[in-house]
Design a protein around this ligand. Structure first.
Ligand SMILES: NC(=O)c1ccc[n+]([C@@H]2O[C@H](COP(=O)([O-])OP(=O)(O)OC[C@H]3O[C@@H](n4cnc5c(N)ncnc54)[C@H](O)[C@@H]3O)[C@@H](O)[C@H]2O)c1
Length: 391
């Protein structure tokens, strides 16, 4: 079954989606809702074919139509890897934004798109049977803290079942390194700042955070059992062009430009370690090429949470300069040249009041430190927003 948007877009020959070809179709016992459609998108012009020959290493980027996955896939293509991008294009937020990101990727040589749902066990098995990947960068997930209260099963399907299927594929596929997205939200009820991956993080306060914490534990078990290197990245509020419409910067920008009030939780007394997307992308690309190794000093009687006797690591990916939400709003107002009308609200269940990242391990191991100033990043986001929406 082709998805409706594919049918629509394939009717015109100028859309990048006209390059879609369906190569596989399957159904799970759960029926067509979980159908595993694999669509291939690649440009088959002569220059493309020539260049692809030099692209020897193949990387699976899951969640490639999502915010971070799109940027990571684009970056890896620029570095001349072959990128197989996978996404189920779910409707958690505006699907046309996902399609627009995908259109950018499809126009690049070396990219192949698979429309597939990792929650389908059979589909994920066949994906790893049909492809040999060197690296897997796993960014597909049901994201969002607040939504995990209204639709918990989306998190169970994508983040728990989907992650288990991916791990099985990775260990059977003999990949060199799995890099997967965790989240700062795993720090949950912790209050000692900055958050360090070496401190225990055993008290998640949302189901989303609990699934991310579970992913870390599952990846560790596989790294231990099958000795395949796995690294978890705890992202701290990533923002920037092509960002996520459910996140504060996007919501605020839209509301201010439309003259609507913005909802500010906990009266704006919220610290967030905003991380610019190019910094996050750089960190992912560097970590990927540095497969996790066993920590030879790791002690089972004093277990360090960020490493292991197995090839497993955890890093924070943050800017390490937390900013008050009110400061974000002021920065945004300055860039938009327009004042926000503010609707002050209580803290939302599941949200944490502050995040701040200790990134010393990341900086030491990959030689890179996220550092884009908020004003620069917000400026680039607003420029993108205006141009994308033609405002
Ligand atoms: N953006 C942030 O600030 C942030 C912070 C912490 C952690 N993360 C994590 O980073 C990763 C990427 O986040 P993002 O902001 O790009 O989110 P996103 O929602 O924009 O991207 C996730 C993509 O995964 C796809 N997807 C979801 N479930 C899937 C499934 N079962 N099979 C196939 N595809 C599926 C979605 O369609 C989406 O395009 C996620 O794991 C998220 O939890 C993000």
């Amino acid at each position: 079954m082709l998805f409706p948007f594919c049918r629509r877009l394939t009717s015109g020959n100028r859309s990048p989606f006209s390059y879609f070809i369906r190569i596989h179709h399957g159904h799970t016992a759960a029926g067509p809702h979980f159908a595993h459609d694999i669509l291939v998108a690649s440009r088959r012009h002569r220059i493309g074919e020539r260049m692809r020959a030099s692209r020897t290493r193949s990387i699976l980027v899951t969640g490639c139509a999502g915010f971070i996955g799109f940027h990571v896939a684009r970056r890896l293509l620029e570095e001349r890897y072959r990128v197989v991008g996978l996404d189920n294009l779910n409707a958690y937020y505006d699907v046309s934004l996902k399609q627009a990101r995908l259109a950018q990727l499809i126009s690049q040589t070396g990219f192949e798109f698979l429309k597939a749902d990792l929650a389908s066990r059979e589909g994920t098995e066949s994906l790893f049977k049909q492809h040999q990947f060197d690296y897997v960068v796993h960014l597909a997930a049901q994201a969002g803290v607040r939504y995990s209260i209204s639709d918990p099963y989306a998190y169970v399907d994508s983040n728990l079942a989907g992650f288990a299927h991916l791990l099985e594929g990775c260990r059977r596929g003999g990949i060199k390194h799995l890099v997967f997205a965790s989240s700062s939200s795993v720090y949950g009820a912790n209050t000692r700042m900055p958050f360090s991956p070496h401190q225990p993080a055993d008290h998640p306060i949302s189901l989303y955070a609990a699934t991310k914490k579970a992913n870390e534990a599952m990846a560790h078990a596989y790294a231990h059992l099958y000795r395949f290197p796995a690294t978890g990245l705890r992202f701290f509020t990533v923002y920037g062009p092509w960002g996520r419409p459910d996140m504060a910067l996007f919501l605020f920008t839209r509301a201010i430009l439309e003259g609507r009030p913005i909802d500010v939780f906990n009266c704006g007394v919220m610290l967030r370690d905003f991380t610019y997307i190019d910094d996050a992308t750089e960190a992912v690309a560097r970590v990927m090429l540095r497969p996790a190794e066993p920590n030879l000093d790791w002690r089972s009687d004093q277990p360090d949470s960020a490493s292991s006797s197995a090839p497993y690591r955890l890093y924070n990916v943050g800017n390490s300069q937390p900013v008050d939400l009110n400061e974000l709003i002021k920065t945004l107002e300055a860039k938009l040249g327009k004042k926000a009308q503010v609707n002050l609200l209580e803290m939302q269940p599941g949200d944490v009041p502050a995040t701040s990242a200790d990134i010393s391990d990341l900086t030491r191991d990959i030689g890179f430190r996220p550092s884009t100033p908020l004003a620069v990043g917000v400026g680039r986001f607003v420029d993108w927003y205006r141009s994308y929406y033609g405002l």
